[in-house]
Structure formats: structure tokens, C-alpha cells
Design a protein around this ligand. Structure first.
Ligand SMILES: N[C@@H](CCC(=O)N[C@@H](CS)C(=O)NCC(=O)O)C(=O)O
Ligand SMILES: [Fe+2]
Length: 367
């Protein structure tokens, strides 16, 4: 496998270019907006076919080049479905695989620095691209962007420290010139998480960091929620039409309805489940009467949908359904909203789900 580690000096960000040498299919992880010429030149010189552009999370310190690489190479952009951004072509979750030629990356969810943090694992080569979940002798801060030290502690232990000890760790940043570490090394020497540090010790360390906010944060976060580019045609602002439901707008402008409203209005709306068929039949179940309409097929099949009734889109946690809702609004559907928190929240709230046709209460039922 071809592997290049690139560095942006201004923000101490690492970008990784991986490729299958036979087919030339390539992907890039955490590209930086200002480095588009450097990275495009390298991709052209190496005669690569850039098929994916991935971010490990919605970065707060630099603007991503995802959108630019999509425009230049038609690379499909990838973010977590929990990132709260709907710009990416593919919104991924735990266990998904990103294939480039003969190689693949496994997606692991490693929230804590942000909700939508991912680590990408290349098992065959023993590599893990950890974003800001774990840094060399450090970790991502947990004081903004939904940060949570307890969540990060769990992510690192369950998803990263559980990898084979010799796995090489490639982070999104290093501020001291180091380039790579390993699971064994961080378990021994990471001052925040190594040597079996307890959750309480970790939380205390993270609470006492008191770091200044990243310089570019106010500009970078909104821009990254749009993959770092202005849309060619500005999206019409989603109408905040509360005449049919108690709609709220998410931070990226997705109209959402809460589960309790949907539960008591099921007969009045069309419920579109935009997950994949195996998820529809999987452990989270689906809402009675929901139609399976995977996101990829939505644009092609939307014409057949009735417009008289409001449409509520549903997925696992609200990422893909938000994208679907905005897509339907662009297609002219007048009353559309996404189920806030998706099937995960629906289950936690204890509403009825169907598994393969049999309605029953979910195991997460509370009270
Ligand atoms: N000084 C940097 C901010 C660096 C920063 O906050 N980096 C984040 C990653 S986005 C972090 O988690 N740093 C962890 C640390 O420094 O311990 C800037 O202004 O951009
Ligand atoms: Fe970050």
C-alpha cells in the first residue's frame, strides 16, 4: 500500500494519503484547505485516482479540503453520521468499510473530543488513523464541540487500546514534531491515559488543561459543517414551519421533530426510514409503518412519494435523515422534518418498534 504522511505547519495537522498501488485507487484523510495545491499535485504526480476524502471529525482549528477535493477529483466525501454535518456524500458509522482497490479502512466511532469523531483502522497493515481521539502522548481536548472526558476515556479504551499492541497510531495533529506512535507505546507513556489511569484521574487532568480556544475556531467549524466550501447554489433556508409540528432547526439548519410528537402522529405522516435494509431489520428495529427508502435511492424514488402528507425521515441517529430531509425540501416537498436523534433516541425513549413485522416495546423502554 502506498502511504504518505503530509503536514500543515500552520495548524500542526497531519494529512494522510493512502493508495492501492495496483489499481491506483486512493483516499485522503484530514486534508487541509490551504494545502489543496500541494496535495493535488502529489495526487497527479503519483497518478492516483482519488476516490474518497475523509475527515476524522469536524475540525475546530483548520478548514477542511474535503469539498475542494470533491470538486477537483470527484472524490466522495466522508464524515461520521454523528458529526452534525450533512455536507458529506457518505455519512458513516461503527463497522462501516471504506474500500479503495484491494485495501479497506474500518470505521470505528471514537467520540469524546467531538460527538462525531472517527478512527479509521487499516487492519491488514496494522495502522490506525485516530484523529484527535488519541494524540502522541496526549489526546483531543474535551472542553468544546460536545466534548466529554468520560466518553473519550471509553472510546480510547474500547476502540483503540483494544487493537493489537503493535498497531501504529497516526493522529490528526502533533505539536512537538512527533509523527507516529503505537498502541503499546501510548498504553505505557501517555500521561493522560497510559499506565492504567482511572477515569477519575483522566477527568481531573482534562478539567485542568485550560487551553486557549483554537485561533480559527469561529470560522472553521461552520465552514467544516459545509465540507469547507461555499455551496454552488445557496440552499434555500429550510422553512421553520411550525404549523404542522413542533419543529426545531438543528445547528446546520435541519428541521427536526421530537420522538414524542412523531409517536402520537404516526397515522398523519409518511415515515421514511433512510437506513440500509440490514439496519431496518437490525437491533434498533424500525417504526411501525415506516417505508424503507435508503438514502442512496432517495433522489431517484422521491418522485413517487405523496406530497399531501408531511414526511418524517428517520435513520440511526439523525445524520442521514437530516441529509434526506434537506434533499426533499430542495425537491419541493412542503412539509418535511427529520426525527431528532433517530432510532437510537426513539429506542431510549421507549417507543414501540417493529422487528421484522412484530410490534413490541424496545428493550430501552424507560418508565
Ligand atoms: N493552538 C491551536 C489549538 C490547538 C488545539 O486546541 N488543538 C485541539 C485539536 S483540534 C486539541 O485537542 N489539542 C489537544 C491538546 O493540545 O492537548 C490553534 O490555535 O489552532
Ligand atoms: Fe480536533
Amino acid at each position: 500500500m502506498l502511504f504518505r504522511q503530509l503536514f500543515d505547519q500552520d495548524t500542526s495537522t497531519y494529512t494522510y494519503l493512502l493508495a492501492d498501488e495496483a489499481s491506483r485507487k486512493a483516499l485522503i484523510i484530514d486534508p487541509v484547505f490551504e494545502q489543496i495545491e500541494r496535495d493535488s499535485t502529489l495526487i497527479d504526480e503519483l497518478e492516483l485516482d482519488l476516490v474518497w476524502a475523509l475527515d476524522t471529525h469536524v475540525h475546530a482549528d483548520h478548514v477542511t479540503a474535503l469539498g475542494l477535493l470533491n470538486q477537483r477529483f470527484k472524490a466522495r466525501t466522508v464524515l461520521s453520521e454523528r458529526a452534525g454535518a450533512v455536507c458529506a456524500d457518505r455519512l458513516v458509522q461503527q463497522g462501516d468499510r471504506i474500500i479503495f482497490g484491494q485495501h479497506e479502512l474500518e470505521v470505528r466511532e471514537t467520540p469524546g473530543h467531538t460527538n462525531g469523531c472517527l478512527s479509521y483502522i487499516c487492519e491488514s497493515q496494522g495502522l490506525a488513523f485516530t484523529g484527535d481521539a488519541i494524540l502522541i502522548r496526549g489526546c483531543g481536548r474535551t472542553d468544546f464541540q460536545q466534548g466529554s472526558a468520560a466518553t473519550l476515556y471509553r472510546s480510547v479504551h474500547e476502540q483503540i487500546f483494544s487493537l493489537p499492541a503493535e498497531t501504529l497510531l497516526y493522529p490528526a495533529h502533533d505539536y512537538k514534531g512527533r509523527t507516529v506512535s503505537s498502541v503499546a507505546e501510548e498504553k505505557r507513556f501517555n500521561p493522560r491515559l497510559g499506565q492504567g489511569k482511572s477515569l477519575e484521574e483522566f477527568e481531573r487532568i482534562m478539567n485542568e488543561l485550560r487551553l486557549p480556544y483554537p485561533r480559527k475556531m469561529d470560522m472553521a467549524v461552520p465552514s467544516n459543517c459545509n465540507c469547507g466550501v461555499a455551496r454552488a447554489e445557496p440552499r434555500p433556508a429550510a422553512p421553520l414551519d411550525q404549523s404542522w409540528a413542533p419543529i426545531t432547526l438543528s445547528p446546520v439548519g435541519v428541521p427536526e421533530v421530537p420522538g414524542n410528537w412523531l409517536n402520537s402522529h404516526l397515522s398523519q405522516v409518511v415515515v421514511l426510514d433512510v437506513r440500509e435494509p440490514d439496519e431496518f431489520r437490525g437491533e434498533l428495529g424500525h417504526i411501525a409503518g415506516a417505508e424503507l427508502f435508503p438514502l442512496q435511492a432517495l433522489a431517484a424514488r422521491a418522485a413517487a412519494l405523496p406530497r399531501e402528507r408531511p414526511v418524517v425521515t428517520v435513520c440511526r441517529s439523525g445524520g442521514r435523515s437530516g441529509k434526506a430531509a434537506l434533499g426533499l425540501i430542495e425537491l419541493g416537498f412542503p412539509r418535511v422534518a427529520s426525527l431528532a436523534g433517530g432510532m437510537t433516541a426513539w429506542n431510549t425513549q421507549g417507543f414501540t418498534v417493529e422487528y421484522g413485522g412484530e410490534p413490541r416495546h424496545s428493550s430501552g423502554r424507560q418508565g
